[in-house]
Each structure stands twice: as structure tokens, then as C-alpha cells.
Design a protein around this ligand. Structure first.
Ligand code: PLP
Length: 381
């Protein structure tokens, strides 16, 4: 089987698995304990933070370990909204965010916050001017993703942040960086943002580990009350093996990103050309897209049918984002782009990673052609 669902999750690097196994076996102490087992675990967590901070070009005390980007996004939004006991205020986000931002905003709406969900242009990219028009004096936070997890659309996060910090610096800027890190350049210092979420399992690290960058001086309401770990921002015993595994994955992903981007760009260009040449398939990718995500529709056919046909030919792809793919509804992201519900119901996402070879891409192209030939008699035109 060839796996083309790297935007859902990735196989951990062997180095990550080895280092995590060693930590669970030999360094199982609780970082808060005062004895040598605790001190050793604490040293590992602090070292991981220093390495990660250096990779991101930020200070170690600006990084908080979390259980993944879902928690990081919830913490960024709820922590900002509810700071100082607030129950009202305005938030700007987009209608194409991952559910961990979108549904979190829905919850905040239910308790009294007002949310502006900005739709993208038909190419899947949100326009700066639409964010500008939504800004209010009481806007607490603007939350936007770097790269969309379904279409690969690259969002103008730096442009939005530069403008926001000029006109209303007290409004926080949060970026969900999950799908961009390791594929596109990320320079937090230059972006001038306040909050940035990452997840380990999208970059060949372990599941259940992530981080939130919190710019020094930013106040957030801590969602998890308890022992006051992570400078009081996030209570709970640290996932030492996960943190060390994530740091290893971040380092490898950062080291390999430029050669990877080159290879993925070549693969994605080839795939896009081939998809466009197959009668019946419609490429949905915007012009500015991360090279690891290719999205197309096969109007008249259901996504699941295409997915299973490709699986029969040895290729694993995805219908929409992993957490939405079991829902019957067509993708919220595609519908927000103005794609008809019928087209959206036939969407397929291919996502690539560093382990793919030329042969894998050739195999996928052949499978796509065979799938269309096999399914053509079933088309509902
Ligand atoms: N944000 C984006 C853009 C994602 O693609 C994902 C995962 O699919 C998440 C957030 C959630 O990450 P996690 O699985 O670490 O909770």
C-alpha cells in the first residue's frame, strides 16, 4: 500500500520512536519531583524547550507544551477571550479553519462572544481587506491558519499580522501553523504574531503532543487548573517522551524542509498536470498552495467511492480532513469557497511527505487513470 494521507498524520521517524522508547524505559520520572528521577525528566523537558525555541527563533519561556494542536488552538482562543473573567467581545476567524478553531469559536459564541467568520475568495485564500473590514475596537483576537488542511491554500498571515499590529496592536494574532511547518518558511519573529500552534504528528513526531508559542507578555486564561506546570499556563504532568519526540521531529523537519519543498513541488506539479489531463477530474487547488496538498473533485461521483477505488489500486488518500471524513456533509471548506455541494461531495485530498519516491507518484498517477476508467460507467452526469 502507498500512503498519501500525510496531512492527516505521518509515520514517526525511527529516531523519534527510539528516543521515546528510551525515555519511557529509563527516564520515567515526574519533572516536578525533587529527587534525581524528577530532575532528570525536568532537564529533558527544559532542554527540549531550548532546542525548540532556537528552531522557532523565540525564547524558551514562550513555549508551552500541549496535547496537540487541538488543545493549542482551544487554549489560544479561549485563553485570550476569557482572560480577566471576560464573557463578551469580538473575534475574527475564517470559515475555512480546522474544527479545533471553528468549533471552539462556535462554543465561545454560545457563551456570549461575537465571531466574524470570514469567507475566502473562490481560490480558497482569505483576502486581507475582508479581515480589515471586520475589525472592531473590541476585537480580542484574529485567528487564521497558515495552510489550509484540505486545499493547501496558503493564507496571508504575515500580511494580516503586519497590518493588525500597526492599526490595533492590542488585538492578538494567532496562527494555526500545523500544515505549514516543515513545508513552507516560518519566521515567527518576522511575522510578529502573538500565538502559534503546532502538532507533532503532522511532522513525523508522536500523536498527542503539540505546542503553543505565546509571545512574552501575552496574558491567557489557563484552561487547565492544577499544579501550575508550564509557568502556570498549562497544568498537568508533562508528556516527557512526547516532548522529546516532538523536538526531534521538529529538528529533522526543519533541517530537511528546503530539500523536501523542492521535491514536493516537483511531485505536486506532475500530479496536478496529470489530474488536469484526466477527463472528468477537476483540480481544486488554489494558485498559492503548499506543495504537499493536492485536491481535486470528480463531479458526479461520491468521494468515498473514489477513495475505495484508489485503495483497491494500492493508494491511500483522503476525502476531506481526517476529523471530518466520517461526516455525511460535504466539506465546509469547499462550500465556503463557493464550490457546489455536489462537486464538494466528490472531493479527494492527496497529501505527500518526505518518504515518497518518483515510483510512488507514478503508481498514484496510474491508479488515478484506472479509477476514472473503472468508475466512468457509474458517473451521474
Ligand atoms: N489544525 C490543523 C490545520 C490540522 O490539520 C489539525 C489536524 O488535523 C489540527 C489543527 C489538530 O491537530 P491535532 O491532531 O494535534 O489535535
Amino acid at each position: 500500500m502507498k500512503y498519501f494521507d500525510y496531512a492527516a498524520t505521518t509515520p514517526p521517524y525511527p529516531e523519534v520512536i527510539r528516543s521515546m522508547a528510551e525515555i519511557m524505559e529509563k527516564h520515567f520520572g515526574n519533572p516536578s519531583s525533587l529527587h534525581q528521577y524528577g530532575e532528570e525528566a525536568d532537564r529533558l523537558v527544559r532542554h527540549a524547550k531550548e532546542v525548540t525555541a532556537q528552531l522557532l527563533g523565540v525564547k524558551p519561556n514562550e513555549i508551552i507544551w500541549t496535547s496537540g494542536a487541538t488543545e493549542s488552538n482551544n487554549f489560544a482562543l479561549k485563553g485570550a477571550a476569557m482572560r480577566g473573567g471576560r464573557t463578551q467581545g469580538h473575534i475574527i476567524t475564517t470559515s475555512i479553519e480546522h474544527p479545533s478553531v471553528y468549533e471552539c469559536c462556535r462554543q465561545l459564541e454560545q457563551i456570549g462572544f461575537e465571531i466574524s467568520y470570514i469567507d475566502p475568495a473562490p481560490d480558497g485564500i482569505v483576502l486581507l481587506e475582508d479581515i480589515q473590514n471586520a475589525l472592531r475596537a473590541d476585537t480580542i483576537i484574529v485567528s487564521m491558519m497558515h495552510v489550509n488542511n484540505e486545499t493547501g491554500a496558503v493564507q496571508p498571515v504575515q500580511q494580516v499580522s503586519e497590518w493588525l499590529k500597526k492599526v490595533q496592536p492590542r488585538t492578538l494574532m494567532h496562527v494555526d501553523g500545523v500544515q505549514g511547518f516543515g513545508k513552507l518558511p516560518v519566521v515567527l519573529a518576522k511575522w510578529n504574531i502573538d500565538l502559534y500552534s503546532l502538532s507533532a504528528h503532522k511532522i513525523r513526531g508522536p500523536k498527542g503532543t503539540g505546542l503553543l508559542y505565546i509571545k512574552q507578555g501575552t496574558e491567557l486564561f489557563p484552561l487547565l487548573a492544577g499544579g501550575g506546570q508550564e509557568n502556570g499556563y498549562r497544568s498537568g504532568t508533562e508528556n516527557v517522551a512526547g516532548i522529546v519526540g516532538m523536538t526531534k521531529a521538529l529538528r529533522l523537519a526543519a533541517t530537511e524542509q528546503y530539500t523536501l519543498a523542492e521535491r514536493l513541488t516537483a511531485f505536486s506539479q506532475l500530479l496536478k498536470t496529470e489530474i488536469q489531463a484526466i477527463d472528468g477530474l477537476v483540480l481544486t487547488n488554489p494558485a498559492i498552495a503548499s506543495p504537499h496538498i493536492i485536491h481535486f473533485c470528480y463531479p458526479g461521483m461520491k468521494s468515498e467511492v473514489i477513495l475505495h477505488s484508489l485503495e483497491q489500486q494500492g493508494c491511500i488518500v483522503s476525502t476531506q480532513s481526517a476529523c471530518s471524513s466520517r461526516k455525511a456533509e460535504p466539506s465546509r471548506v469547499l462550500v465556503a469557497m463557493g464550490i457546489t455541494r455536489e462537486h464538494a461531495a466528490s472531493g479527494i485530498r492527496i497529501s505527500l511527505g518526505d518518504q515518497h519516491t518518483n515510483q510512488d507518484i507514478e503508481h498514484l498517477i496510474t491508479a488515478l487513470r484506472q479509477t476514472v476508467t473503472q468508475l466512468r460507467p457509474l458517473e451521474r452526469r
